[in-house]
Design a protein around this ligand. Structure first.
Ligand SMILES: Nc1ncnc2c1ncn2[C@@H]1O[C@H](COP(=O)(O)OP(=O)(O)OP(=O)(O)O)[C@@H](O)[C@H]1O
Ligand SMILES: [Mg+2]
Length: 256
């Protein structure tokens, strides 16, 4: 059985996609098989794993709305051994509207994943878009757990209540009672700034949710990553960023 982890935060640019790519990279490095699912019409995950948007044929847009297309049909291998990707493209933004009229619209991804993905992969990592709409809801309904990257550069907990409420509703309405918050992941951490240190203290003091020991520092290594098309663990193996994401993978495995 695959472990299914969604990476979510409706705030844009907090490191969701970077975390999806590099958590996948760190897990693959350990010998696990990973399916990375791109649920964002921006397709940053697909491109960040080396896919050329022009050569993406069918995407999650098809797998979610076309009864004749399954996830299995759209999955593509990546340049990184152990990682396959279910790509996205811009059509996925129209999909969100189409889903609106579907009965069981919150559970479409969960049903599309089915037994095949469960049997073929150790981990399924879902990269969510920066919204709390149906694409994110479908990701949370399909997942066992969610990792919430939190940018430690400003008062980043501002939007957290809305996401937390959504997760609670998904649980209480029976859409996915097993969903749990695996942890909050501090990102863009800069230990030189007081604000970042305050933010981190505040996250930890909040106490309601696990905060990962691993912290992702602000680094050009990750800023350049989208151009490389591979996880940082493969092209800057000994960088601090690679080590931090390996640490996250270790924590994720330990949390079970
Ligand atoms: N720790 C980091 N240090 C420096 N740059 C980073 C770091 N993490 C991510 N970045 C860069 O910041 C930008 C935003 O990161 P990313 O795309 O992972 O965020 P996101 O939450 O997925 O954004 P969106 O909400 O648009 O999907 C990217 O250009 C990425 O390369
Ligand atoms: Mg993203």
């Amino acid at each position: 059985m695959a472990r299914i982890i969604a990476i979510a935060n409706q705030k844009g640019g907090v490191g969701k996609t970077t975390t999806a790519i590099n958590l996948a990279g760190s897990l693959a490095e350990q010998g696990y098989t990973v399916l990375a699912i791109d649920m964002d019409p921006q397709a940053n995950l697909s491109v960040g794993l080396g896919l050329n948007p022009r050569t993406i044929g069918r995407s999650m847009a098809d797998a979610l709305v076309d009864a004749d297309v399954s996830i299995q049909d759209i999955v593509m291998p990546t340049q990184t051994a152990g990682i396959d990707v279910a790509p996205s493209d811009i059509d996925l933004s129209a999909t969100e509207n189409q889903l609106f009229n579907v009965i069981g619209r919150e559970s479409v991804l969960r049903e599309a994943l089915g037994a095949w993905a469960d049997e073929h992969y150790d981990f399924i990592i879902i990269d969510c878009p920066p919204t709390l709409g149906l694409l994110t809801i479908n990701s949370l309904v399909a997942a066992d757990s969610v990792i919430i990257p939190v940018q430690t550069q400003y008062y980043a907990l501002k939007g957290f209540t809305a996401l937390n409420n959504l997760i609670n509703q998904i649980r209480s309405k029976g859409l996915n009672s097993r969903l749990r918050i695996l942890g909050l992941l501090p990102t863009f951490y800069d230990s030189r700034t007081l604000l970042a240190r305050d933010m981190l203290d505040e996250l930890r003091e909040l106490g309601d949710h696990h905060v990962f020991q691993s912290m992702i520092k602000q680094t050009v290594r990750l800023g350049e990553a989208p151009l490389v098309g591979r996880p940082v663990t493969t092209y800057a193996t000994n960088s601090e960023a690679a080590r931090a994401y390996r640490g996250l993978a270790r924590e994720v495995i330990e949390l079970g």
